[in-house]
Ligand binder design. Structure first.
Ligand code: RFL
Ligand code: PHB
Length: 389
């Protein structure tokens, strides 16, 4: 088999890369180790930055999002028993869209297949070879047979637990890492969210987040200890904490829990995001705690930069954008990391904090929700920084 760009992973990064390349007339093949059903039902991110929702619309995969997504002009911070609204639209003229990542996945898979794109699901034993040369290769098993793809470039879009990052010699990479002394218990509940926009809540019992997938489907999170097990969280305990951590600011309706799990918190950046002709994009190169809602958005930004670089190469033979890929992405990645860390340290109850830190957090929450300058900075980062051309 032969293609121009072989892509490992059919998450937001891999699918969007393949879609963007196709719009430029560049061929690709996607290899995914899970089934189509699995990737289309995996519940993950739900928040799309303004530029990213614009990109989905401009590239012809945003039609259902425009119909079914929920467009938000701002966000609520709850602390000291009151709700404080940050109005993104007034501050920076932008908003965000709530639309499940699995819906973005469904829309991209459908579009790739309609356009004649190749996605091989349920592949096994994927390995990458000859990364330093001009004809890198991918070997894998599919439907019981061994295959090899020869290509010009490999898109390493296989997430945090994929094989692309570990295939790069460790001596060529530097990893920057931070763990947090807490995680989140997350549920999907058949009930209306307490507000039509998101509530991030600071509380003495710990952080909680009230988001949604639709007006009748709430996505709710509570902070838990780092080594906690979901077995320790019967439904009644989750509801109790969710009620308490809203701090009396809104009533909370309970509903049937459709899904329940633990989300781990970590910041991780790998430098550089490239080795020879292997280009890492999305979670394979960086992850961040979900407090800033940056993961899916960063994945889309990386592949937009990568597609522009590959397109320039095929049009003119010029490799300057390819050489700058990692540096271009990392400038934005580090700002998103900084913001995700900032939101995380601002809202969580941290066992390493003392009474001084709690007062300091409250002062910062008060500052962000009362100073136009501070609120504008928050709004600019939350709705998404521009992607460098
Ligand atoms: P993905 O989505 O993990 O996709 C990687 C794909 O590669 C496949 N794969 C392989 N395929 C072939 N061979 C192998 N050896 C392979 N190994 C893996 C996997 O099956 C998968 O299909 O990475 P990608 O594309 O980089 O996208 C990243 C996002 O998925 C991730 O950053 C977000 O979900 C993070 N995130 C959020 N991001 C946001 O922008 N906004 C949010 O509101 C938000 N909320 C969240 C989140 C992540 C969460 N969890 C579960 C970690 C909320 C949660 C709870
Ligand atoms: C979500 O809707 O799942 C979501 C929204 C914002 C976050 C994290 C998760 O910060």
């Amino acid at each position: 088999m032969r293609t121009q760009v072989a892509i490992v992973g059919a998450g937001p990064a891999g699918l969007m890369l393949s879609h963007l390349l196709r719009l430029e007339g560049i061929d690709s093949i996607i290899l995914e180790n899970r089934s189509r059903e699995y990737i289309e039902s995996r519940i993950r991110a739900g928040l799309i930055e303004q530029w990213a929702s614009d990109l989905l619309v401009e590239t012809g995969v945003g039609e259902r999002m425009q119909r079914e997504g929920m467009f938000h002009n701002g966000v609520y911070f709850a602390f000291a028993g009151a709700l404080h609204y940050i109005n993104f639209r007034e501050l920076v003229g932008k908003g965000i869209t709530i639309y499940g990542q699995q819906e973005v996945i469904k829309d991209l898979v459908a579009r790739r297949l309609a356009d004649g794109g190749q996605i091989l699901f349920e592949v096994a034993d994927v390995s990458v070879h000859d990364l330093g040369g001009k004809a890198p290769k991918i070997r894998f098993q599919h439907a019981g047979k061994q295959h090899e793809i020869v290509c010009d470039f490999i898109g390493g879009c296989d997430g945090f637990h994929g094989i692309c990052r570990p295939s790069i010699p460790a001596s060529a990479l530097t990893a920057y890492d931070r763990e947090y002394p807490f995680n989140w218990v997350g549920i999907l509940s058949e009930s209306p969210p307490p507000e039509h926009e998101l509530i991030y809540s600071y509380h003495d019992r710990g952080f909680a987040l009230y988001t949604m997938r639709s007006p009748t489907l709430a996505r709710l999170y509570v902070q838990c200890p780092p080594d906690d097990d979901i077995e320790n969280w019967p439904d009644t305990r989750i509801w109790q904490e969710l009620h308490a951590r809203l701090g009396g600011t809104r009533p909370l309706a309970e509903g049937t829990m459709l899904q329940k799990g633990i989300t781990t918190m970590r910041s991780f950046v790998l430098e550089p995001m490239q080795y020879g002709r292997l280009f890492l994009a999305g979670d394979s190169a960086h992850i961040q705690p979900p407090t800033g809602a940056k993961g899916m958005n960063l994945a889309l930004a990386d592949v937009l930069v990568l597609c522009r670089a590959i397109t320039k190469y095929y049009r003119s033979g010029n490799t300057d954008l390819l050489e700058r890929y990692s540096a271009t992405c990392l400038r934005r990645v580090w700002k998103a990391q900084r913001f995700s860390w900032w939101m995380t340290q601002l809202f969580h109850l941290d066992p390493n904090h003392n009474a001084f830190d709690r007062r300091r957090q409250l002062a910062e929450l008060d500052y962000v929700t009362s100073s136009q300058a501070a609120a504008r900075s928050m709004a600019e980062n939350y709705t998404g920084l521009p992607v460098e051309a």
